[in-house]
Write a protein that binds this ligand. Structure first.
Ligand code: FMN
Length: 95
């Protein structure tokens, strides 16, 4: 988060922080898509948000890094099975 812009007011600083978290989420999404394209299974775990000190120590991360997520990657033991998905029409508004 050290690369974030600094604002004098909490409202804009909060938006800046949210943008940083959104950026990390998008990077993770790209990783998940790349894993899928490579034939790997992947899962997003939010656990690091609950124990950032443990994650920083285990991965020897700089003290000012905020672990956002843990992405597990691997080959499915049984080949995997497609997950059921909601229809797109349940998730988007078409105007
Ligand atoms: C932000 C975020 C955090 C998540 N954290 C966890 C988690 O801590 N533990 C977990 O079992 N699943 C977690 N999930 C859910 C899984 O990563 C995954 O999305 C879910 O199992 C559905 O998998 P699918 O999209 O392949 O069907 C999280 C998902 C998101 C989007």
């Amino acid at each position: 988060m050290t690369d974030m812009d600094a604002y004098p007011d909490g409202r804009r600083q909060s938006a800046e922080r949210l943008m940083a978290v959104q950026s990390a989420a998008l990077a993770c999404q790209n990783l998940l898509l790349a894993a899928h394209a490579a034939g790997l299974g992947a899962g997003w775990l939010c656990a690091p948000l609950f124990c950032p000190d443990v994650v920083r120590a285990a991965l020897r991360l700089p003290a000012d890094w905020e672990p956002q997520a843990l992405i597990t990657l691997g080959h499915a033991a049984d080949g995997g099975k497609p997950a059921s998905r909601k229809p797109l029409s349940d998730l988007v508004i078409n105007r």
